[in-house]
Write a protein that binds this ligand. Structure first.
Ligand code: NAD
Length: 287
């Protein structure tokens, strides 16, 4: 990383923060990987014209971010907070939700979170709840790679009897997970169940695949009651998510076949679009 263009609290950008922030929308992106960069590109092409965008990512190339996306990279969270962001957007992974998002909320800055799987921890959910109360801020959880969660959430009013999630990915997409070793992934030639249990267990064993199941559990009947089946399926070439819920309200069926982001085949494009949508809603609320 070239540190020459990384900003600190003594730079020009940070020093005029308070006054400028009152009239300007400022988006802070935590994690400038495939999703973070995609979100910035879309914002730059979107309806709000020039929005100030800064990043926090210890592994990112500050010069490339400035040249390619006009994003200023900050060296640490204190300096980013001094820049007075309107909203912070986490696109970094579960550890950033624990380490960065809670601090932003405590300091009164709303946070949009992509790594929803981190919220499978009761302890972290309680900490984030407390941080919102301290800061008078709001945690915004996106639906990410799944959708229709507003209907699932509304159905709770009638009492939901069951929620079942089935996720299918090509066998190679499970490499680097506990299924890799337990199964000969390269030899799988028919749909094969690699996990069957609760959303709580799947988040513990498959944390990198927990974003969708966590979003479903939070919107519906919780981590212990949501049934999760994950399959290595050679007949699919996309990530396929299916949710079925039943109750006095009727029956809900959701099915999504997600294309990946070009820069990260493990991340669904829809997840980045969901973050972009949450940012636009947040900015429209402010405007
Ligand atoms: N909700 C969903 O449906 C959904 C779907 C896909 C991905 N995600 C989440 O989005 C995250 C980002 O996806 P991606 O494709 O951009 O991943 P990526 O690996 O391409 O990028 C992650 C970036 O975060 C940076 N980073 C890591 N830890 C950090 C920290 N503590 N502080 C700041 N930056 C940090 C890395 O350097 C990297 O540049 C994933 O980790 C995943 O948790 C959510």
């Amino acid at each position: 990383m070239n540190t020459s263009t990384i900003l600190d609290a003594t730079s020009g950008v940070a020093s005029d923060s308070a006054d400028a922030a009152s009239s300007e929308q400022r988006i802070a992106i935590i994690g400038m990987g495939a999703m973070g960069r995609r979100v910035v590109s879309s914002l730059r092409a979107g309806p709000f014209g020039r929005i100030a965008i800064a990043g926090l990512d210890p592994y990112a190339d500050a010069n490339a971010l400035k040249v390619d996306l006009d994003v200023d990279l900050f060296a640490n969270l204190d300096d980013l907070m001094a820049w007075a962001p309107t909203v912070v957007v986490e696109c970094a992974g579960h550890t950033a939700v624990e380490g960065v998002v809670a601090q932003c909320l405590e300091r009164g800055v709303d946070a949009i979170v992509a790594s929803v799987g981190a919220l499978s921890s009761d302890e972290l959910r309680a900490r984030l709840h407390q941080a919102q109360e301290i800061g008078g801020s709001e945690l915004i959880v996106v639906s990410g790679a799944i959708g229709g969660l507003d209907a699932l959430s509304a159905a709770r009013g009638s009492g939901i009897e069951s929620v079942r999630y089935v996720g299918r990915k090509p066998p190679r997409a499970w490499s680097g997970t506990p299924a890799d070793g337990e199964f000969d992934l390269a030899a799988i030639d028919k749909p094969t169940v690699i996990f069957d249990g609760t959303a709580a267990e799947s988040a513990r064993l498959y944390p990198k695949n927990a974003n969708v199941t966590a979003a479903v559990a939070i919107a519906g009947i919780g981590f212990d009651k949501t049934h999760v089946t994950m399959m290595a399926d050679p007949s699919v070439n996309k990530n396929v998510h299916e949710v079925e819920a039943k109750g006095p309200f009727g029956q809900l069926n959701i099915r999504l076949e997600n294309n990946p982001l070009p820069d990260n085949p493990k991340t669904s494009w829809l997840a980045a679009l969901s973050i972009e949508d949450a940012i636009l809603r947040r900015l429209q609320h402010v405007i």
